[in-house]
Design a protein around this ligand. Structure first.
Ligand SMILES: [Zn+2]
Length: 144
């Protein structure tokens, strides 16, 4: 019933890069070369976020990389449900979105740090707080 479409390398790598090479359900790192190789470390499938059986399509925006075990467990459950099993609410970000999100985190935490630093140590405290905040913010994993 759910005939697996053959993907070109280009399509596969686009799907893989969508989440920086992580399972969109549990966020574990996948191994690009182990696409479809069940039993290998980081083996993965292309998951139809909305299952074909539920009216999902083969279009790019419905395709995500997933561990083979996550993909099989998910079956026709919704992506939201399967992510919740793993304690996640969103797909991991692509490399590009990830870099942007980290800059945003750094800015937000830098501003918050400046406020805290100023309250403790006046203007010099604000500078130290901003730097600490920015470093902490940038190191935070933006994936949810
Ligand atoms: Zn997974």
């Amino acid at each position: 019933m759910t005939e697996r479409p053959r993907f070109t390398n280009e399509e596969l790598s686009a799907i893989y890069e969508r989440t920086s090479g992580k399972c969109h359900l549990c966020h574990r790192k996948l191994a690009y070369v182990n696409y479809g190789v069940n039993g290998k470390r980081g083996a993965w499938h292309v998951d139809h976020s909305r299952a074909l059986a539920n009216g999902g399509t083969h279009r790019k925006n419905n395709l995500y990389p997933a561990c083979i075990s996550c993909n099989l467990e998910k079956g026709t459950f919704t992506t939201r449900t399967a992510r919740r099993w793993a304690g996640k609410s969103k797909a991991p970000l692509s490399r590009k979105s990830r870099a942007a999100a980290k800059v945003n985190n750094a800015l937000e935490s830098g501003i918050a740090g400046a406020g805290i630093g100023a309250a403790i140590g006046g203007p010099p405290g604000a500078i130290v707080g901003a730097i600490i905040g920015a470093v902490v913010g940038h190191s935070r994993n933006p994936d949810r």
